[in-house]
Structure formats: C-alpha cells, structure tokens
Design a protein around this ligand. Sequence first.
Ligand code: VAH
Length: 318
Amino acid sequence: MKKILLTGCLGQIGSELVPHLRNIYGNDNVIATDIRRIENSSVIEGGPFEVLDVLDGKSMAEIVKKHNCDSIIHLAALLSAVAEAKPALAWEINMGGLFNALEVARENKCAFFTPSSIGAFGPSTPKIKTPQDTIQRPATMYGVTKVSGELLCDYYYKKFGVDTRGVRFPGLISYVAEPGGGTTDYAVDIYYKALQEGKYNCYIKEGTYMDMMYMEDALNAIVNLMEADPSKLIHRNSFNITAMSFEPSQIAAEIKKHIKNFEITYDVDPIRQGIADSWPDSIDDTCAKEEWGFKTKYDLSSMTEDMLLKLKTKLNIR
Ligand code: VAH
C-alpha cells in the first residue's frame, strides 16, 4: 500500500485507523472520506479529506483518480443492531457501497480491504472455536451483508484479479469513538459508565460469551494483512481473528479490580441478545496466524487497565 483511499473515516475503526495509517505511510498518502464533514476532527484536519457517499461510485472513482490511490480500505457500513432496525438501508449501504468500492478497485487496479465480522456466522455454525471454513447462515441482515460481502470480495479476486483481503472482526473495544449501533458495544459502554457512574446496566445477559479485541490489535491486523506476502494467503475473505472471549460478568470483575465499588446489573435487550446468541462463543484464528503471522498484544486484563487509564484522561476524571 502506498496511497490509500479510506471510506467511513469517522466510524469506530476509521477514527483510529486513519492516524495509524498516516503515521506509517505519511499524512498525504491517506485520503480519509466520510459522508459528512464534522468540525474539530483530527482525522479531517490531519491530512487529505473528501466528503464521499459510498453509494456514489462515480465520485469515489474521481477521488481515487485525483489522488492516484493504489489501495482502498472500505469501512463504511451499518453495524448489527442498526442494521436489524433498518434492514433495507443496511442492504443498500453495506452491499451497494461495497459493490461500488470493488468496481472502483477493479477499474483502477487498487488493492482492497474490507472487514467482515463474527456476525457472518449464525445459529447453525459450531459455536466453540468456530473454524475458518464452516457453515455460514447468519440470522441477521448485518450477517447476510457480511457473508455476501465475503463472497463478493472472493469473486472479484478470482474473476478480475483484484487483490481483496479481509478479516472477520470480533467486537472491537476502543476509547476514541463513542459506542454506536453494535451488539458488542456493551463492552465499550461499560468502561464509560464505570468511571462516570460506578455502575452499568448491561443489555447483554450474564454468561453470553463473544469474541473481542482491543482496537490497537485490530489496527495492526489490518496493516499486517495488507502487507502480507500474497503467495502465502490460502484464504482471503475473510480471516477469523480474535484476541479474547468473555461474558459480561468477567469484564465487570476485571473493572472491579480497579474500581472497587463498581456494580453491574442486567436489563436484557431481546434484539441485541438475540443477535449475540446467534454468534459464536469463540472462534479459531489458526489460519490467520499461519498464513500472515496474526498476533495480538492485549488480553482482558491489560485492555481494561489501558481503557480506564485513557478514558480517565478523555473524560477528565481523576
Ligand atoms: C457489532 N461491533 O456489534 C460490531 C461487530 C462482531 C461485532 O460486527 O455489530
């Protein structure tokens, strides 16, 4: 990758991936785009930015040509809970935007990354140590778009030779972007509420395991996959990757080690609980480790320590 177009730069991944990529490739070599411009954004002010609706393939192609991009990182999409509330819009954006981005990559010979998710699995998928290659019949619109996206990216590789690569992200935890629209976002919200209120009312039931990862590990995974030797890749779209699997009472217990009086209560949201129940408890990421050296730095304990430290500064809490 030398000159990168990134869509969805103001989202949970984009807001941290843009500065991460700019540190590696140079500010002027990462063209950040999103459907809206906002004020006082370090992402927008830190380098080239363009307003782009991913449903406008013509404008996307113009930006790629204007900046002579050789890679596209396509992040713009609706997450699981929002997608379940607005399925038609989710199909339009998640698939329409992806199709446009793949067409622009094909026409301009760009390398291509887009994330899939553990949401690409469903109730009939083996739940423990979910294999790389297994049944994928998701029960959510988000999952349908993720499986369809994986198949479309493989098609563009096999049919047109587009260098498409992707990962199935677990829940991502970060202190930069506020949680929004996901099922796993309880694992972000809990840290904010622990510091602000000393308690958290969790919408996911105790005992519900899901794979998770700290954002720093996710950012490194994207770069390492995109820089991997293509001759070593047996799989492409998309690699299982994970860092940890936990359920709400376990993250609460880890927080209590730092905030003694922290209490978790439960008020289960049937929609997001239904989504979470249809996903794996834990996935097997052996292929990612073997084919491109995937590894992680953070576990639940070190992530909790770092999250609380960084959020205290962000929220100006002593
Ligand atoms: C979501 N955070 O909850 C996203 C992610 C695996 C979860 O896809 O929708």
